[in-house]
Design a protein around this ligand. Structure first.
Ligand code: M6P
Ligand code: ZN
Length: 188
């Protein structure tokens, strides 16, 4: 076969996730996440929640997509900063996360309402099998930084999460520690 791409290398700062050369950077602020946080009504709309920088590769099943995500520490209401979270449009496509910095929770859920939580920390390689929606939550005081690699044609289905939410939320408990509680707005 004739290759479609030339090989290339991107340098990643292992502490900050910054890429060199810089790649497309997508910031997500509270204003971009309406409806995602249960108590988001009086939050500062300019508050930066996370940024994603993705490698420039076409979204086909013969390639691997990859990106780094940096989630700022902080909360909206009682809920820790988190990504929107998504199913893959092609549901059986899988993904790997490599934790680089900070402390997080990877919340996963199936369409029939099961949920599963794995720790995110430097050195952790989290495997997200096909069929599991995934959302990362920063429960620490530092930035949460991780590298994600996934099948190129996976695509992100945000709508299902916007309509139904995740079965659980990660909130700060009375003792100041992260706690997983049911999401009253979850719809199966
Ligand atoms: C990881 C990957 C990306 C995703 C990003 C932010 O880097 O899963 O595919 O875009 O996290 O998550 P989300 O797309 O749910 O906002
Ligand atoms: Zn994904």
């Amino acid at each position: 076969m004739k290759p479609k791409l030339d090989p290339f290398t991107t340098m990643m700062d292992l502490r900050t996730g910054a890429l060199d050369p810089e790649r497309d950077l997508a910031p997500r602020r509270v204003r971009d996440m309406t409806g995602y946080f249960l108590h988001g009504d009086d939050a500062d709309l300019d508050q930066l929640v996370y940024e994603v920088s993705a490698m420039p590769v076409e979204p086909s099943n013969s390639e691997l997509q990859s990106s780094t995500t940096v989630i700022q520490p902080g909360r909206v209401g009682d809920e820790y900063h988190m990504t929107k979270g998504h199913f893959h449009i092609v549901r059986d496509r899988s993904e790997i996360y490599v934790g680089l910095r900070g402390e997080g929770r990877l919340v996963m859920a199936t369409e029939d309402g099961q949920h599963w939580i794995e720790p995110m920390l430097p050195g952790a390689i989290n495997y997200v099998p096909g069929g599991w929606a995934h959302r990362s939550v920063n429960v620490g005081d530092d930035e949460l930084v991780f590298l994600a690699v996934y099948v190129g044609d996976a695509g992100q289905d945000y709508r299902t999460i916007e309509e139904r939410g995740f079965p659980v939320r990660v909130v700060v408990g009375d003792d100041g520690q992260p706690e997983v509680v049911d999401n009253p707005r979850y719809r199966r």
